[in-house]
Write a protein that binds this ligand. Structure first.
Ligand SMILES: [Zn+2]
Length: 253
């Protein structure tokens, strides 16, 4: 993977070469600039690009272990249904919670923790334009969530997932001293846009050992998807474990 700094240097070198040696400079300039910008967008939009922040996206294991993660909750109606399903299959998951959703769901957060699942930080606001915040504003938003989680479960989470999976230099700076394990995914379920059938069919096709799957526990049809998925995983002898076990990392300080 070419880092953004390296691609900037390459971009400048190629521009100079084009300027010195090639005819039709205008067209080449446009093509090279578009390639450079596409690369920058890819680096930011792909959480596993490792361009700005080192992220865990999949475990390197041959053991039939996988992890499931839920973003954007907790949700007072849907998260309890998800927890009941996980219980019935003896599966442990990781919940990347949005701080402002925890505010009215403190007991629910405690219950997630008491059932042996992990809790991660998914920012306080999950703002639509979070990626454009200054690093200072990002840091405040993220620390507020960690403080609130700590107040409730008395544990300081080390698990962080950026909103929308977007990383950039400001976020890198914001989390520099926060000692997080930043978590991506290897399977994005697309449970927010696809039907339950399509979502499940797609996951089934690509699932393999070490996968980290991204679900959302604020989507009504997640319960239907999850039930099919848990049944399938059990039949295929996959063990569903929390992220700390899958990745051999610490979830809390
Ligand atoms: Zn999210």
């Amino acid at each position: 993977m070419i880092k953004p700094g390296t691609s900037l240097v390459l971009f400048i070198i190629v521009l100079i070469l084009v300027y010195l040696f090639l005819p039709w400079k205008g067209i080449f300039f446009i093509i090279i600039t578009l390639l450079f910008l596409t690369h920058l967008v890819y680096c930011s939009a792909n959480i596993c690009s490792q361009a700005y922040i080192n992220t865990f996206c999949k475990a390197n294991t041959k053991e039939k272990k996988i992890a499931i993660t839920f973003d954007d909750g907790p949700d007072s109606k849907i998260t309890p249904e998800v927890l009941a399903l996980l219980d019935s299959y003896n599966a442990k998951a990781t919940f990347f919670c949005v701080g402002q959703n925890i505010a009215d769901n403190e007991e629910l957060l405690k219950s997630i923790d008491e059932k042996g699942h992990l809790i991660g930080n998914h920012t306080w606001s999950h703002a639509r334009w979070f990626d454009l915040f200054s690093s200072k504003k990002m840091k405040t938003d993220i620390e507020k969530t960690n403080d609130h989680i700590f107040e409730i479960i008395k544990k300081k989470t080390k698990l962080f997932r950026p909103p929308y999976g977007v990383t950039n230099p400001a976020l890198k700076k914001a989390i520099k001293n926060l000692n997080f394990n930043t978590i991506g995914w290897s399977i994005r379920s697309f449970d927010t846009i696809n039907s339950p059938e399509k979502t499940f069919k797609r996951i089934k096709k690509i699932l393999s050992s070490g996968d980290i799957i991204l679900f959302h526990d604020n989507q009504q049809h997640i319960v239907e998807i999850l039930e099919s998925f848990l049944e399938y995983a059990r039949n295929k002898n996959y063990e569903i474990v929390a992220l700390d076990e899958l990745l051999n990392i610490e979830a809390y300080e």
